[in-house]
Design a protein around this ligand. Structure first.
Ligand SMILES: NC(=O)c1ccc[n+]([C@@H]2O[C@H](COP(=O)([O-])OP(=O)(O)OC[C@H]3O[C@@H](n4cnc5c(N)ncnc54)[C@H](OP(=O)(O)O)[C@@H]3O)[C@@H](O)[C@H]2O)c1
Length: 277
């Protein structure tokens, strides 16, 4: 292991952002541990630098077992990239509490479980970097992805607070905020049963919004762009709290939200996604 090489943990490493980042970072010579539910047994990839292990972020013992196994092998953890997550399409009214809770379980409590497991290790080392994966949808409430947006708004608050709490221990927290990317996210998005039903009063607007959302994602950047951005964050000496990663248009939408009157911004967003104002 080279002096500059780090022990990097990546959740959601079986697909999309996590997979691209795990492979890219392993290719740079880092010792990477990638996790996902669909990993059947622990395997070595990428010339031995990437170890894939099973982890379900919804299950505390699965998270703790995997982190303990890494610690036993490496004795330290330098970086945690919390990329496991999923989407949910549907109007807020149509989404059931059970559907919403399932989403929060992975996107918010799953991220919380993983960072809670590594934070004591990093505090003990007096060094470490935790990267939460939020979204531009964690800065702007997206129509027909309201519950998804609210999980990412929650991640933003969690990460902001944790950053202040961990800084005195020498641990850095940053938030990666991607725009639309072409990953497994689109196909894996859960759809609220009631919004999919022909009885939903939202069905026309929902269908138009979903078509536009999926079109933007499918024509979005490849996840390699995310992987390179994450590597730069890891190498940076003075890190920002937030890194937006995406097309100039998507990044500028966050700036436009800040400067336009809220109701005007809302009308532009509603028109963009559903064609109505
Ligand atoms: N793609 C986009 O446009 C976009 C934009 C902004 C933010 N994001 C965020 O980026 C993150 C990664 O998404 P992606 O685009 O890479 O989607 P993806 O291709 O669908 O990958 C999602 C990953 O999360 C893992 N995962 C899901 N539930 C899990 C669980 N309970 N336990 C452990 N792992 C779990 C999946 O692995 P297993 O199925 O093997 O468990 C998979 O590796 C998500 O937080 C998403 O919200 C995506």
């Amino acid at each position: 292991m080279k002096d500059s090489s780090k022990v990097i943990l990546v959740t959601g490493a079986t697909s999309g952002f996590g997979k691209a980042a795990a492979l890219y970072l392993a290719g740079l010579g880092h010792k990477v541990y990638g996790f996902g539910r669909s990993v059947e047994s622990t395997t070595r990839e990428a010339g031995g630098n990437l170890t894939m292990m099973r982890m379900d972020v919804n299950d505390s013992s699965s998270v703790n077992d995997a982190i303990s196994a890494v610690l036993a092998a490496e004795g330290r953890i330098d970086v945690m990239l919390a990329a496991a997550g999923l989407g949910l399409g549907g109007s807020v009214e149509d989404v059931t509490i059970a559907e919403a809770k399932a989403l929060f379980e992975t996107n918010v409590f799953g991220a919380m479980r993983t960072v809670k497991a590594v934070a004591p290790v990093m505090r003990g080392q007096k060094s470490g970097l935790i990267i939460f994966v939020s979204s531009i949808g964690g800065l702007i409430g997206l129509p027909f992805q309201g519950l998804y947006s609210s999980t990412k708004f929650a991640v933003e608050g969690l990460a902001e607070a944790m950053s202040m709490e961990l800084r005195p221990f020498g641990v850095d927290v940053v938030i990666a905020e991607p725009g639309d990317f072409a990953t497994g996210f689109t196909a894996n998005r859960v759809k609220a049963v009631a919004s999919e039903s022909a009885d939903s009063d939202y069905k026309e607007a929902y269908r138009r919004a979903m078509r536009n959302i999926e079109k933007d994602e499918n024509s979005g950047y490849k996840p390699d762009v995310f992987a390179i951005a994450i590597s730069r964050i890891i190498n940076s000496r003075r890190r920002k709290l937030r890194y937006m990663i995406g097309s100039p248009l998507q990044k500028s939408s966050v700036f436009i939200k800040k400067v336009l009157p809220s109701r005007l911004f809302e009308r532009i967003m509603a028109w963009y996604y559903t064609g109505s104002r």
